[in-house]
Structure formats: C-alpha cells, structure tokens
Design a protein around this ligand. Structure first.
Ligand code: M6R
Length: 343
C-alpha cells in the first residue's frame, strides 16, 4: 500500500487509473463481481465505496451475474475481483459487461492474467504469490485496495474532507502493525480450535462489516477443516436460524462495529440464552462483551472501517488450527483448485 500513498501521507496516488472527476461522475452504477473469497472482499468494497465515495454499488457472484441479464450500459463501471485473474465465471461476466458497453476495472493479483488483459484498467493487489488454495493474504490485499480506491474516489468526487482522508490514511498505515500484534498471540485461538475442532456445525454472526467478515470466516473454516459453518447477519437469526442454536453449539460473534454494537450485543444475548458457546471478537478496550460471551479474542483498536482487515486474521487462524487438529491438508483441501478455470 505504501506505493499508493502520497509522500506527505495525505492522499492516495493511483497512477494506473486514468480517471478524472468527469469520468468518475459519469458512472451511475458500479457492479463488483467475483467468486468465493474475492466476492466477500467485494462486499467490503461496496461498503467502502458507498460510505466514502457516496456511489451506489451492487455486488454479485459472477456465476449468478452473468446469467441474470444485468442492467449494464456505458454508464456502468464493472469491477472484477480475482486473485488468480483466471476465474472463468468472473472473466465471462466481465466480457459480457464489456460487450454491453460498461467500463471495466480488474482488481487482481496476477500480472498479465486473463482478467487483467481483458479489463480496460487494472489495479494489482501486490500480495505476492499465494500458493495455498485458501485465499488469505489475497483477501486482505483486496480489502486494502478497495479501501484505497474508495478514498481515491472520495478525494476526486469531494465526498470526504481532506482531513478525514488524511486521518484514514494515517490509520491504514498502522494496520500492518495491528496484524503483527494479532499474530503474536495465537495460543488462545489454538485452544479454541482444539476445543471446538470436532464440532459438526459452527455459526458466525455479525452486523454491517462484521457480517461480511463472518461470511469469509465461515468459508475458510468449511474450506480447510470440512466443518459445516454458516454465517448470518446477526439480525436475521430470529427469522429462522435461531432454531438451530442449542446447548453447546459454537457461535463466533463479531462485535467490532461501534455503530451497531448494541444491536449485535442483543443478538449475542439471544444465542447465549440458548446456551450456545460464544466466542466474541472485540476491539481492545471493549469491556462490555466479555460479560456476555464465553471467550473473547481481541483485535487492536482502529477506525471501524478498517477493522475487517484485522478481524479476519483470528478467523483465518481458527480455521487453520481447526484443520490441523482434524488432520486436514491445509494447503490443498479436497475437491478444490487454486484457479477455477472451468464453469
Ligand atoms: O482467483 P479468484 O480470486 O478469482 O478465486 C475466486 C475463488 O475461487 C476463491 O476465492 C476461493 O473461494 C478460495 N479458495 C477461497 O479461499
């Protein structure tokens, strides 16, 4: 990210993009389209662009988007997200959008990949080679890139004050240190993984950006440990899923978003009342959550927009240690491939 921050640390530099204010303001619709983990990064990207650059964004999985006759024209910006740059459905969705007149932008990790070559413009995630099938650092860099893109758009469109942009850039620069902190104490996460590694079902809940991270945490657990996991928007629980919450069921509850904190807390109380075993993910300094959950994993404090970059780390580690506990091959999960080049 350092190459995309101006020397004075106050603005974002994206020399790769040839967008001026007129061009940016000409889009009346943005689609973010991707698969799997990249789709989950897209959900966070939508939040960032809408919140910071005040533009409406729709996110879709590529295999759905390409067959639903999406409304696309020359005022549409189509953003494809793909670590490999070779995912067949994402590539096909991009080609179709281009044919319908959209401008296309690729967020990818692999230089010269098919999606990078097909797109009008490319932003590379610069994650370095990612060998294991499970996407981890690719996800993190996709979110970082979305954050920077949203800030860049906000600067151009004038939707955020320069001081706010500078403040957020300052906090972004602290994030690598925050990740190191989270990685420095993995023992409690290992213990939870051992404790719950043989459960049949695990639930992840959260609201707002916490829900987006919950989706990614549950995918990671399924993918590498083969434990059935589901993520729910915490407010949706009582619309059906609460029926599955019984004594001893592990629930990972993310409560990092201050704007919806009280609401999340009341959902956590609902699952606790059914005797679920709740592991809370909270920011340092949160004194409240520990009163209502069985264990708390803490992540460093930062602006709530940036928390997904930190909050996903314990969830990735939980999946990793659960997989190890169960004797799974963490790098090469069964039935999966790193690049999905077939439909
Ligand atoms: O290479 P891509 O980012 O396009 O891949 C998309 C998905 O296949 C990928 O993220 C998949 O969900 C991962 N194995 C998840 O860890």
């Amino acid at each position: 990210m350092s190459q995309r921050i101006a020397k004075d640390g106050k603005s974002i530099v994206m020399d790769e993009l040839k967008w001026d204010a007129d061009y940016l303001n000409s889009f009346n619709r943005i689609y973010i389209v991707a698969c799997g983990t990249a789709y989950h990064a897209g959900l966070v990207g939508k939040f960032y662009i809408e919140k910071l650059a005040r533009t409406v964004v729709e996110v879709d999985v590529a295999s759905e988007f390409r067959y639903r006759e999406p409304i696309v024209d020359e005022n549409t910006l189509f953003i494809a997200v793909s670590q490999s740059g070779e995912t067949s459905d994402t590539l096909a969705a991009m080609k179709e959008s281009k044919r319908l007149g959209a401008k296309t932008l690729a967020l990818t990790n692999v230089v010269g990949s098919s999606i990078a070559r097909e797109a009008d413009q490319v932003l590379y995630t610069w994650a370095g080679p990612e060998i294991a099938v499970a996407s981890t650092k690719a996800y993190t860099t996709q979110i970082v890139l979305f954050f920077m893109l949203a800030l860049y758009m906000a600067e151009i469109k004038g939707t955020q004050k320069p001081e706010r942009v500078a403040e957020l850039i300052g906090m972004l620069k602290e994030i690598p240190g925050g990740i190191s902190n989270t990685l420095s104490d993995v023992e409690p996460i290992k213990t939870f993984a051992k404790q719950y590694g043989f459960n049949e079902d695990v639930f992840y809940i959260g609201r707002s950006l916490d829900y987006d991270v919950a989706l990614e945490g549950s995918l990671k657990l399924k993918e590498i440990s083969y434990i059935h996991a589901e993520a729910y928007a915490a407010g949706e629980l009582k619309h059906g899923t609460l029926a599955l919450i019984v004594e001893g069921v592990p629930v990972i509850a993310l409560a990092t978003q201050k704007s919806v904190y009280e609401k999340t807390l009341s959902n956590i109380k609902e699952v606790k009342a059914r005797d679920a075993v709740v592991i809370g993910i909270a920011a340092e300094g949160d004194e409240e959550l520990e009163k209502y959950v069985d264990h708390v994993i803490r992540i460093p404090e930062t602006d709530e927009l940036l928390i997904p970059i930190l909050a996903v780390v314990p969830l990735q580690l939980l999946a990793y240690y659960a997989a190890i506990t169960r004797g799974c091959d963490v790098d090469k999960p069964r039935n999966l491939a790193k690049s999905v080049t077939v439909e």
